[in-house]
Design a protein around this ligand. Structure first.
Ligand code: XBP
Ligand code: MG
Length: 255
């Protein structure tokens, strides 16, 4: 029986990585670093989950000697705090909308008594900066659990954040579905034993999604139906009936 839906944030609830990229570049300019992450470079850097880890990874690429300096960790923390400020400011000025079908599905699921959770690599500040404008200031009451990147030791593709969500929900993995946009995210959810629906973005279209329950352009809306028919659904958008049918199929296949 399907009891809970667990959502990734960046790329899944909203297509936010271009805004993250702009925040990183604004930060590098503010602190006087001659770094600039192009779209194509950033697409590759997204293989490294976590903004702090991404900064350190890139630093090791461009200046491995300096990247081993004694102050590097403190500098990365300082840079990332500035980046988070820029990201919040960019979202405050009007960030990307929730992706098609996300708000509809959150509302449907919550009304139907399914538990909702978030399992993300990003920070609590970034989650609030995205969801408060989209879902209102009381957005947190919609979710039974919000597990973010600051609460876990190992970020995606490690399963830590999904295992934390399962613990907090008090639900077993086989009673849940996860929603992700990236290969790292899919691997994390699958490693936690959770069947996963993937809705890639332009940044992650080329990723490998083997083991996904479904790979869809987005979750669809009546006003923005998916191009083709959806197995298990009489509609061309993902609703609870489709999710329950897919979840039943996944459960039977695992038996
Ligand atoms: C995607 C990430 C995050 C963001 C940047 O998170 O890997 O690191 O790219 O946010 P999700 P931070 O798991 O939601 O897809 O700079 O706060 O890490
Ligand atoms: Mg993501």
């Amino acid at each position: 029986m399907l009891k809970a839906l667990i959502f990734d944030v960046d790329g899944t609830l909203a297509d936010t990585e271009s805004t993250h990229r702009a925040a990183f570049n604004a930060t590098f300019a503010e602190v006087g670093m001659d770094w600039h992450w192009s779209e194509s470079l950033y697409a590759g850097l997204l293989d490294v989950a976590g903004g702090k880890e991404r900064i350190l990874y890139y630093w090791n690429l461009v200046d491995p000697l300096e990247a081993r300096g004694p102050q590097v960790r403190a500098t990365v923390e300082r840079i990332h705090a500035i980046k988070t400020r820029h990201y919040e400011a960019l979202l405050g000025a009007g960030g990307p909308p929730l992706r098609p079908g996300v708000l509809r599905l959150l509302r449907e699921a919550h009304a139907d008594g399914l538990a909702l959770a978030i399992a993300t690599t990003t920070t609590p500040a970034n989650i609030d900066a995205l969801l408060a404008p989209a879902l209102g200031p009381r957005w947190r009451s919609l979710f039974a659990s919000v597990c973010d990147g600051e609460r876990i030791a190992n970020k995606k593709p490690a399963p830590d954040v999904y295992l934390a969500a399962l613990r907090e929900l008090g639900v077993e993995a086989h009673h849940c579905l996860a929603f992700e946009d990236s290969e790292n995210g899919l691997r994390a959810a699958r490693a936690a034993g959770i069947a996963t629906v993937v809705t890639p973005t332009a940044y992650t279209l080329g990723h490998q999604f083997g083991g996904a329950l479904r790979v869809l352009a987005h979750l669809g809306e009546p006003a923005l139906p998916l191009a083709g028919p959806l197995a298990g659904s009489q509609h061309r958008w993902v609703d609870l009936a489709a999710l329950r049918a897919w979840h039943r199929g996944a459960t039977l296949a695992a038996a």
